[in-house]
Write a protein that binds this ligand. Structure first.
Ligand SMILES: Nc1nc2c(ncn2[C@@H]2O[C@H](COP(=O)(O)OP(=O)(O)O)[C@@H](O)[C@H]2O)c(=O)[nH]1
Ligand SMILES: [Mg+2]
Ligand SMILES: [Zn+2]
Length: 310
């Protein structure tokens, strides 16, 4: 294990109950690993968080009370730029929704759900289309759906294709890789780490060849300061997700709809079956993609359900 970014003995100079700032770089089994820049402390969270219903997240900027050279207690969570429930991460600049051209087959609905969550969190998003080596035709199809809406990068962690483009996209930002398991998130991160000389963490030992499945969120810092969040994959969303979007209308979570929203006949048009709907006209002309519209209808239905249940 490679927890200590700097000299771990520096921590020994800290006096009891000294408070220092840091960032949670890993959350696992009730422990929070806080990187202070000098060392990484294994921390429990103060009981008060649980009482208040607050869960510290990977990416949180925190203050900890240091107990000894290796342990501390998370005492305060500093205000978040944003937070996600799935994956459980905070303070994201770029949400890199990762899909595979093949193995596993891409669910466009799941992809669109991730993208909608990024919109709700006011994080930038991009689409990483990995495994181009397995099915270039499928990669191109997926790229065609997203390229006018989000930055879309076609990649192969197997051949290194697209990694330069990905590197330019992530440079200097806090980037969460999210997507179904097996699409190659950890493999892509290992590639970024190889070329960028990893400052903290040890992604290479846990990547590739399907041997290590990511089961928790972990943040790696590249030499240029870029923060990369590796997250566990999953295959379905909990129904609660839509409830968390309750401050939004479904349509505003689909950026390519925005240009049409004022042009529908009815001001409260939901773009389902209403006459003279500008979004559905854009669908008919091909300006709005069918899969995106289908994902919109699903999200809209879920958000209506969630509203009725509260
Ligand atoms: N052919 C091919 N296989 C890949 C590629 N990227 C990852 N893999 C393989 O896909 C499997 C899952 O990769 P992993 O990085 O663990 O996926 P994660 O669950 O999204 O983190 C592993 O067996 C990888 O070796 C790629 O670009 N092409
Ligand atoms: Mg992984
Ligand atoms: Zn409409």
């Amino acid at each position: 294990m490679l927890w200590f970014g700097g000299d771990s003995y520096e921590a020994a100079f800290l006096t009891d109950s000294q408070s220092v700032g840091g960032q949670i770089v890993k959350a696992l089994a009730g422990y929070y690993y806080v990187d202070t820049g000098e060392a990484v402390y294994q921390c429990r969270a103060r009981g008060i968080f649980k009482k208040d219903g607050v869960t510290p997240l990977a990416g949180d900027r925190v203050r900890i009370v240091v107990q000894d050279a290796e342990e501390g207690v998370v005492d305060e969570i500093l205000p978040r730029k944003n937070a996600f429930i799935r994956p459980p991460v905070a303070n994201i600049d770029l949400f890199a929704v990762t899909v595979a051209a093949a193995a596993p087959e891409t669910s466009l609905e799941l992809t669109d759900r991730f993208l909608a969550m990024a919109e709700a969190a006011e994080a930038d998003a991009c689409v990483c289309i990995n495994k181009d080596d397995l099915s270039p035709a499928a990669a191109k199809r997926i790229e065609g759906v997203y390229q006018d809406i989000y930055p879309a990068v076609v990649l192969s962690a197997a051949t290194g294709e697209g990694v330069g483009e990905l590197r330019a996209l992530v440079a200097g930002r806090s980037v969460a890789f999210a997507g179904a398991s097996g699409v190659g998130k950890t493999s892509l991160i290992a590639l970024l780490a190889d070329e960028g000389a990893l400052k903290t963490g040890d992604v290479s030992a846990r990547t590739g060849r399907g041997r290590h499945t990511t089961r928790h969120v972990e943040i790696f810092t590249l030499a240029d300061g870029t923060k990369i969040y590796d997250t566990p994959g999953f295959t379905s969303f909990e129904a609660t997700v839509a409830a968390d979007l309750s401050d939004f209308s479904a349509a505003e979570l689909f950026p390519e709809f925005r240009g049409y929203l004022g042009a529908c006949r009815y001001r409260d048009c939901l773009h389902e079956n209403e006459p003279d709907c500008a979004v559905r006209e854009a669908l008919a002309s091909g300006a709005v993609k069918r899969s995106r519209y289908a994902s919109y209808l699903k999200l809209l239905a879920e958000m209506k359900d969630a509203e009725n249940n509260y």
